[in-house]
Design a protein around this ligand. Structure first.
Ligand code: MF3
Ligand code: CO
Ligand code: CO
Length: 263
């Protein structure tokens, strides 16, 4: 089954959840500074999600398989060569030149909103800023293919084409996903592939697009904690994510932030 919003009520629920998730990224921005620990960022987001928004942080206690321990924190923080699912830690603070992805998923009235963005800490190197910018462009180019009748493969193709044109690589092992009352639902939204292949998009579907783009090779490994995914070559990785609704004419970005001008 594919995550498909069936009623106008589902759609307003997803819109509210998406807005709430986006507001967490707006809120946390000024706190992402040299010296701050990712655990401090986690605490600030947790309190905001629970006390201010009255939402549930979906990652906290989330289990992906019976062999992996539940995720121990409320957000994912993925620094530099961490591709995704980085666990907030108080071991060391962020330093100038770091790039960090903050990935927020909230549950509001039973609906999930899932979004992430990259933050540049202090003075980033040219390669780091270029990777972050190209990865955001990959997300936007993927989103712009979305309309009823388009194919899932159109999204992946747009992302892969833009990444490889810039001599970056696309992570294959993790993908976007259907989302709604369920966090990770069908379909799988691959960030590579061929236009005109895969399932056809239909009005009312809700899913994420969340490309992970590497400066070096696409290959990865998972650390012994069972969660943290890093590049095998320890080169930089970036990711941006939005939750999308397929509308009658195209798409609506449910997790749009005020700083974003498209949509
Ligand atoms: N937010 C991530 C995604 O985009 C999933 C995080 S699961 C967690 O799908 F348990 F690591 F938080
Ligand atoms: Co997601
Ligand atoms: Co996410």
């Amino acid at each position: 089954m594919v995550a498909k919003a069936k009623t106008e009520l589902d759609i307003s629920g997803m819109r509210a959840a998406g807005n709430a998730a986006a507001s967490v990224l707006d809120m946390i921005g000024p706190h992402v500074q040299p010296g701050v620990t990712t655990e401090r960022l986690n605490q600030i987001c947790h309190e905001f999600i629970v006390d201010t928004l009255g939402c549930i942080p979906a990652p906290l206690g989330y289990t992906k398989s019976p062999h992996t321990p539940p995720f121990p924190k409320s957000i994912c923080t993925s620094v530099n060569h961490v591709i995704c699912h980085g666990i907030p830690t108080d071991r060391k603070g962020l330093k100038s030149g770091d790039i960090v992805n903050i990935d927020v998923t909230v549950i509001k009235d039973g609906y999930h909103g899932d979004t992430s963005k990259m933050f540049l800490v202090g003075e980033p190197a040219i390669l780091a800023s270029r990777l972050v910018k190209v990865t955001q462009e990959c997300l936007y180019k993927g989103i712009e293919t979305v309309r009823p009748g388009a194919f899932l493969g159109d999204i992946g193709n747009a992302i892969e084409t833009h990444a490889t044109r810039n001599r970056f690589s696309v992570v294959h092992e993790f993908c976007g996903h259907g989302i709604g009352r369920v966090f990770h639902d069908a379909p799988q939204v691959l960030h590579y592939g061929r236009a005109g292949t895969g399932s056809v998009l239909e009005e009312g579907m809700t899913f994420t697009i969340e490309p992970m783009i590497n400066a070096g090779s696409r290959h990865l490994k998972v650390l012994p904690d069972g969660w943290t995914v890093v590049t095998k070559d320890h080169k930089l990785s970036a990711q941006w994510e939005h939750t999308i609704l397929v509308t009658g004419r195209g798409y609506e970005v449910l997790t749009l932030r005020a700083e974003e001008s498209f949509g």
